[in-house]
Design a protein around this ligand. Sequence first.
Ligand code: ZN
Length: 312
Amino acid sequence: MNFPKTVKICEVGPRDGLQNEKKLLSTEQKIELVNGVLASGISSIEIGSFVHPKAIPQMADTEKVMQAIGKRKNVEFRALITNLKGVERAIDAGVDKVKLTVSASKSHNLSNFNCTPEQSVASFDECVKVALEAGLEVSGAISTTFGCPFEGKIPLKQITKLIESFRDIGIKEISLSDTTGVANPRQVYDQLNTLKKHYKDVIFHLHFHNTRGQALANIIAGMQAGVTHFDGSFAGLGGCPYAPGASGNIATEDIVHMLEDMNIDTGINLDALLCIAKKAQEFVGHETDSAILRAGKSSELIPNKPKKQIIL
Ligand code: ZN
């Protein structure tokens, strides 16, 4: 198997994780979590979103969180936006990058926005111009890439059309999201292999939800196809809008633990990350889907000396 030497993780807990929580965290709690993430050595953080506060009240204070944290050298703060107003707020708040999201599912996009996914991407043109002029970086994301609850599996052609729409407006960093946790490793490997061959100028990020326990396997498949950028969420926070009660994003600490065991460098201190994952779990006040928070690191389970005991 061909594994990369290093992998870059983006912590999406402050956005994807917290926006799915019923309980609103205070601005101070969010600042504490982001500071903890920074202390663990993570250098890419999705700090929140600039969408209408009525639509997602959990993200209404993203400006305050960003302003309290402040810009950091060698750290990238990105935020999700959906329109020009979002770009303006992102510029004022001082984030480094904005992310524009579209759904791969035609029916989903038509029912939500009254236009096709390609039309949605084309309408982002002005957002891109304004963001670039202000010195921000711009990235794109395609949700339900690997399957959608309304249309089932999404044909690769539908994804390539969207990638091309993003390239047409100058976006070359694209996150492919398995929003509903339906991707399987063979599909991820085959699709990313093809996409990476076709679009050599695009940097692909992979974003997996662990709804069906397949996220780590999908990350392995992604690495085999040459992908080195993955998203994770502290404590495994996050949900799936179409599967109530389903587990969330793959836990960042589960990814880092696996990669560390495989001698793949992430630049992240796992112990520091576990502290902040525990804190996130405390703040939301319920159990979350994190294997390492539950079971501990595998290295801690190896005793120094074998104990005298009969193993049957
Ligand atoms: Zn997500």
